[in-house]
Design a protein around this ligand. Structure first.
Ligand code: BDP
Length: 608
C-alpha cells in the first residue's frame, strides 16, 4: 500500500479540495545552485507561468525550451486556523520527472516519476492564519534508471541536452493540477470494487481502507440519485437488482458514497462514480460484460500547442468529440498515464482504455522508431541501471493501479511500450513487471505490452506474459514503404501466420500502425508523406486485419500530430496524426469514420 492516499480530490461534507492552479513564480536554475543557495526560502528575480502546463513552449528562447536540470516553482496558500484539527495534504497531479517540495522553506516531501499523483502530508509544518510558501524543484533529466528512459548529453559549450529513447518531446514541469486537500484526522484512505454479474443482477464487492478507527458504511445510488444498495464494514457486498451495466459507448454510472463513522456520526465522507462491468479474455476474444468487443481507436498523446503536455481541458473535450465523431471506442494512454480528468471523461463516455505506464525507451536508441524495426539489438536489460529502473517501474505500476483501479473505462494494463525482448535478460524483468500488476489489481484486468517489430514471433522471449498480444507495426512505412508496399503486406501476412503458430489462443490487437502525413501534401498517384498515401496504407492494413479472426482491435498511430525532438526524421514533430495538432481532420479521418461506423461492436465475435 502506498504511504499516501491518491484518491481523486473531492469536496464533501467533511473534505475540501482547494485548487492551487494559476500563475506560479518560476525560475530556471541554470547552474544548479538553487538547492545550495536555499531558493526554497523564497525566489528572487522570478518569472510567472501558468500551472498546469509544460514550461517549454511559452518561451522564445531555445535555451529555455531545451533546458535540462532543475526548475523552481513557488506559490503561497493561506491556511486558516479552521483547519487546525484537520489533516492537510498537498496533492500534485504530477511533477515531471522528479520533485522536491518545501513548505515555508522546510523539506516536506519528494517524488520520483513524472506522470502520477502524489500527496504530501503538511499537517505538522503548516502555519495557521498565514500564507504558507510552497516551493517545488522539478528536475527533467533523462536516464536509463528512470521512466521514461533516455540519456542526458553535454554539448561542447557545456549545455545539457535531453536525448530521449522515445519519440515524444521531453516536456516537463508541473503539468497537472495542484490541490490543497483538507480532510479529518481519521479519514478514508482508499477503496476498490470488483463485479460479479448474475442474470440481471450484480454483486459489487468493495473494500475500504481507512486511516484511523471507526465504522464504515457504503451506499450506492443510481444516476437519478435513488439509493439502490447499502452495506456496512470495511469489506462487503452491495447487491444491485436489475443492475444497469456500464457498456462500451453507453456508459451508466452509479455513485458510491463511503462514510467513516464514530458512534453513528459521520467523520469522513468520500464519493465517487463507478461503473458495473466485467472484463475477460476468453480464447481469442476480448469480452466486456461477457460479450465480445472489437476495439477501434487510437494511440494518443497529451500534447497541444503552447501548453505542451500540460493538462488542457479544452483539448480533452475536443479530443473526445472527435473520437465520438469518427466512431472510435477506445484508446491507449501511450506512453504514460494521462491526467485523471481524461479517465473520468472516458468513464462517462464509455471509452475503453489500455492504461499504459511510462515504461518507454527500454530499447537503447535515440531513433528507436527506426531501430526497433531494423533488427538492432541493444542488450538494454544488461545495463547496470536496470535494478534501479525495475524498482521505479514496479513503483510506477503500484501508483498507476492505486490511482486507476476503480475506473470502468480502464480495461487493461499496458506495462511497457516496445521494450527489447530478444535477450535472456529481458525475461526476468518483464516477468516481475507482469506479476506485480496481477498481484495489485483487485479486478485482475488483462495485462499486455506493445511489441516492436524486432520482437518477432520466433525471437520474442516475453510474449507469453501478455494476456492479449499488442503489436506496433509499420508495414508500408518503416518497412517497405512507397512502391514496395505490396511486398510489405505479403511480409505482414507471413508474420501474422507465424504469430498464430506461437500464440494460437490469444486475442491480438494492433496498438500502432500508420504513416507520417503532411496535412498540406496531396499527390496523385500517391507518394509517401501525402494524404493519399496515408489512406492507402490504412486501407491495405485493414484488409489484413479483416482477414484474421483473432485480431480484435485496431488503434491507429496517432490520434493527432505531436511534438518530438527535432531531427531529420521528423518534420517539426511526428505527423502520423489522423488529426493535425490543432485537431482538424486529415483525409484519412473520413476513411476511418466510414470504416469504424460500419464495424459492429461485436465484430468477429460470433463464436465467443
Ligand atoms: C513507435 C513508438 C511511438 C512512435 C512511433 C513512430 O512506439 O512512440 O512515435 O513508433 O515512429 O516506435 O511514429
Amino acid at each position: 500500500m502506498l504511504e499516501y492516499s491518491v484518491l481523486y480530490p473531492v469536496n464533501t461534507i467533511s473534505r475540501q479540495a482547494v485548487s492551487l492552479d494559476g500563475m506560479w513564480k518560476f525560475k530556471i536554475d541554470w547552474d544548479g545552485a538553487g538547492r545550495r543557495e536555499g531558493w526554497q526560502r523564497g525566489l528572487s528575480e522570478f518569472d510567472m507561468i501558468p500551472v498546469p502546463a509544460s514550461f517549454q513552449d511559452f518561451y522564445t528562447s531555445k535555451d529555455i525550451r531545451e533546458f535540462v536540470g532543475d526548475v523552481w516553482y513557488e506559490t503561497d496558500v493561506m491556511i486558516p486556523s479552521a483547519y487546525k484539527e484537520k489533516k492537510i495534504f498537498l496533492r500534485f497531479g504530477c511533477a515531471t520527472h522528479f520533485a522536491h517540495v518545501y513548505v515555508n522553506g522546510q523539506p516536506a516531501g519528494e517524488h520520483e516519476g513524472g506522470f502520477l499523483p502524489f500527496s504530501i502530508d503538511i499537517t505538522s509544518i503548516a502555519e495557521f492564519d498565514k500564507k504558507n510558501r510552497i516551493s517545488v524543484v522539478v528536475n527533467n533529466e533523462l536516464s536509463t534508471a528512470n521512466l521514461p528512459c533516455g540519456a542526458t548529453i553535454t554539448l561542447k559549450n557545456g549545455k545539457k541536452k535531453a536525448a530521449p529513447y522515445f519519440d515524444f518531446y521531453n516536456y516537463s514541469g508541473l503539468q497537472r493540477s495542484v490541490n490543497l486537500v483538507v480532510c479529518p484526522k481519521e479519514y478514508i484512505f482508499d477503496y476498490s470494487t470488483t463485479y460479479q454479474l448474475e442474470g440481471n443482477n450484480a454483486k459489487v464487492r468493495y473494500q475500504v481502507e481507512t486511516a484511523g478507527e471507526g465504522e464504515v458504511e457504503v451506499e450506492l445510488f443510481d444516476a437519478d440519485g435513488a439509493g439502490v444498495a447499502r452495506s456496512r464494514g470495511r469489506e462487503g457486498i452491495l447487491a444491485v437488482d436489475n443492475a444497469r451495466l456500464w457498456q462500451v459507448r453507453d456508459a451508466y454510472l452509479y455513485t458510491m458514497r463511503i462514510h467513516l463513522c464514530h458512534d453513528g456520526n459521520v467523520i469522513d465522507e468520500y464519493e465517487d462514480q463507478i461503473g458495473i462491468r466485467t472484463v475477460e479474455i476468453r480464447g481469442t476474444k476480448f469480452l466486456i460484460n461477457g460479450s465480445p468487443v472489437y476495439l477501434k481507436g487510437f494511440g494518443k498523446h497529451e500534447d497541444s500547442d503552447v501548453a505542451g503536455r500540460g493538462f488542457n481541458m479544452c483539448m480533452m473535450k475536443r479530443d473526445f468529440e472527435l473520437m465520438k465523431w469518427i466512431g472510435a471506442n477506445s484508446f491507449r494512454t501511450s506512453h504514460y498515464p494521462y491526467d485523471e480528468e481524461i479517465y473520468r471523461m472516458a468513464d462517462r463516455e464509455g471509452f475503453l482504455i489500455l492504461d499504459e505506464v511510462a515504461a518507454v525507451g527500454l530499447f537503447k536508441s535515440t531513433k528507436n522508431f527506426v531501430d526497433v524495426t531494423n533488427g538492432k539489438v541493444t542488450c538494454f536489460f544488461s545495463l547496470d541501471t536496470v535494478p534501479e529502473l525495475l524498482r521505479r517501474h514496479l513503483r510506477d505500476i503500484e501508483e498507476l493501479i492505486a490511482r486507476d483501479k476503480n475506473h470502468p473505462s480502464v480495461v487493461a494494463w499496458s506495462l511497457l511500450n516496445e521494450p527489447e525482448t530478444t535477450t535472456d535478460e529481458s525475461v526476468p524483468y518483464i516477468e516481475k513487471v507482469f506479476g506485480h500488476a496481477l498481484a495489485l489489481d483487485p479486478q485482475k484486468r488483462p495485462r499486455t505490452f506493445a511489441e516492436i517489430k524486432n520482437s518477432g514471433p520466433y525471437v520474442c522471449k516475453c510474449h507469453q506474459f501478455s494476456d492479449f498480444i499488442c503489436l506496433n507495426r509499420y508495414y508500408g512505412w518503416y518497412i517497405k514503404g512507397g512502391y514496395e508496399i505490396s511486398d510489405a503486406f505479403e511480409d505482414f501476412r507471413e508474420e501474422m501466420r507465424q504469430w498464430k503458430e506461437v500464440e494460437p489462443d490469444k486475442p491480438f490487437m494492433f496498438t500502432e500502425y500508420g504513416a507520417d502525413t503532411l496535412a498540406m501534401e496531396h499527390k496523385l498517384p500517391s507518394v509517401m508523406w501525402s494524404q493519399e498515401y496515408q489512406e492507402e496504407v490504412l486501407e491495405q492494413l485493414h484488409k489484413v486485419f479483416d482477414s484474421l479472426d483473432f485480431v480484435v482491435g485496431e488503434q491507429v498511430w496517432n490520434f493527432a500530430d505531436f511534438q518530438t525532438t527535432e531531427g531529420i526524421m521528423r518534420v517539426n514533430g511526428n505527423k502520423k496524426g489522423i488529426f493535425t495538432r490543432q485537431r482538424q481532420p486529415k483525409a484519412s479521418a473520413f476513411l476511418l469514420k466510414k470504416r469504424w461506423e460500419s464495424l459492429p461492436l461485436d465484430y468477429k465475435g460470433e463464436e465467443a
